[in-house]
Design a protein around this ligand. Structure first.
Ligand code: ATP
Ligand code: MG
Length: 377
């Protein structure tokens, strides 16, 4: 039997829940050509949301064409241009003849080497002349817009893990290049998303940066408990098992509504449930999950310096005045400057974050592991 919960893959169809407000906002932006910047911590559902909204939007408007680019595996500007060109061509035509025509018409300057592999999902590979391209990337940066004008289409270029372009050789010059072309586009819009909030905010809300005020900035939230409960109950009953609301709540509470962990814990609970889930099943599944993750968490903790670990302990114990003399002494944090520095490093490492002036852990299971295992004396 297929398991009813998924994690580590995009949530789609039956696995996708709620987000109706965000979906309609994204679709409105796609249809009206408004650029969108979507930010959330890791594993909260950005990629799933954009893919879901794009599928819905293109079903009702066939002239909308979506290109998906994941910067996760793209290390250089050259690779970026190549993938951008491939994606734009492939989203315009799914026939080989059609693609060749487009390449001749719109990329003639580069005389790229073209190869097709129909067995792969991304079947087209363009070998572009990098020397030519480096001096003159305009044709590629404007490719979608030019095709859109000629063929009466609208493109939405979705770029995942956008913060990764900071690893390119000259990120600022690259951003300037992109912005100077993209801001002129009428029929192409951009949906840029990623997880490094501080880095992305610097790119999009710092007035000295090229992408300042480029589009709507959306901060994706976690999925609420009210939405998780019926989802979990439904997924159990779809597969001939049952879970009461109280246990579904127990799952969302432990996982702190974190989308990935709710699905992962629910899956562990489902596997342990023969017919009807009970409180004990959830507890056992939780313990097992923490065990599974402990090696990973141990490694993560080993990479921290002592002050950072001490600060985590103070936070776990519920301390809020992290620079007060008592806390500095009790938790061996050194000076208040040391404490502040450690706090900043933990934020940069995306272990903690500040939410409405409170310190929160971004990974709820890491928090559980620290308090249940690591700091348990
Ligand atoms: N709308 C949703 N309904 C149900 N589960 C979801 C939803 N969105 C996300 N999830 C769960 O969260 C997991 C992570 O989702 P996704 O990969 O879309 O997040 P992300 O923010 O793009 O993560 P990353 O920062 O790692 O790229 C999914 O595998 C799924 O288990
Ligand atoms: Mg993602």
């Amino acid at each position: 039997m297929d398991t009813p919960f998924i994690y580590g893959k995009l949530a789609s169809k039956n696995n996708f829940t709620n987000r109706s407000k965000e979906i309609s906002q994204l679709i409105t932006n796609f249809n009206s050509g408004i650029n969108t910047i979507l930010i959330s911590p890791r594993r909260w559902g950005k990629s799933s949301l954009v893919t879901h909204a794009a599928n819905q939007a293109s079903q009702s408007k066939p002239e909308l064409r979506f290109c998906f680019i994941d910067l996760f595996n793209i290390r250089t500007e050259e690779d970026f241009y190549q993938i951008l060109a491939q994606e734009v061509i492939q989203s315009t035509s799914n026939k080989i003849d059609g693609m060749v025509d487009l390449i001749k018409k719109f990329l003639g300057n580069f005389i790229p080497k073209i190869s097709f592999n129909p067995t792969l999902e991304s079947s087209l590979t363009l070998g572009l002349d990098w020397k030519e391209l480096k001096n003159n990337p305009d044709d590629i940066l404007n490719l979608a817009e030019k095709i859109a004008e000629k063929k009466n289409l609208k493109f939405v270029i979705c770029i995942d893990e956008f913060q990764n372009m900071s690893t390119f050789e000259n990120p600022l010059a690259f951003q300037q290049k992109l912005r100077s072309h993209w801001q002129k586009h009428q029929s192409t819009s951009y949906c840029l998303f990623g997880s490094k909030r501080h880095m992305l905010l610097d790119v999009f809300s710092n007035s000295s940066m090229p992408f300042y005020k480029f589009g709507d900035i959306l901060f994706l939230q976690k999925i609420t408990e009210e939405n998780w409960i019926p989802f979990i109950i439904q997924r159990f009953s779809d597969t001939g098992k049952s879970i009461a609301a109280s246990e579904a709540i127990q799952i969302t509470k432990i996982a702190d509504c974190h989308p990935y962990y709710v699905q992962q814990l629910a899956q562990q609970v489902w596997l342990r449930t023969e017919v009807k889930c009970n409180e004990k099943t959830v507890e056992q599944a939780f313990e097992n999950l923490i065990d599974q993750l402990s090696l990973l968490f141990q490694t993560k903790t080993d990479e921290l310096i002592e002050t950072q670990i001490n600060l985590l302990e103070a936070i776990i114990d519920g301390e809020v005045q992290l620079s007060s003399q008592r806390v500095l002494t009790q938790y061996r944090l050194g000076t208040s400057a040391n404490s502040l520095k450690a706090r900043k490093s933990l934020i940069n490492k995306e272990i903690i974050d500040i939410e409405k002036k409170n310190i929160v852990f971004l990974d709820p299971m890491y928090k559980h592991w620290l308090s249940k295992t690591y700091f348990k004396h």
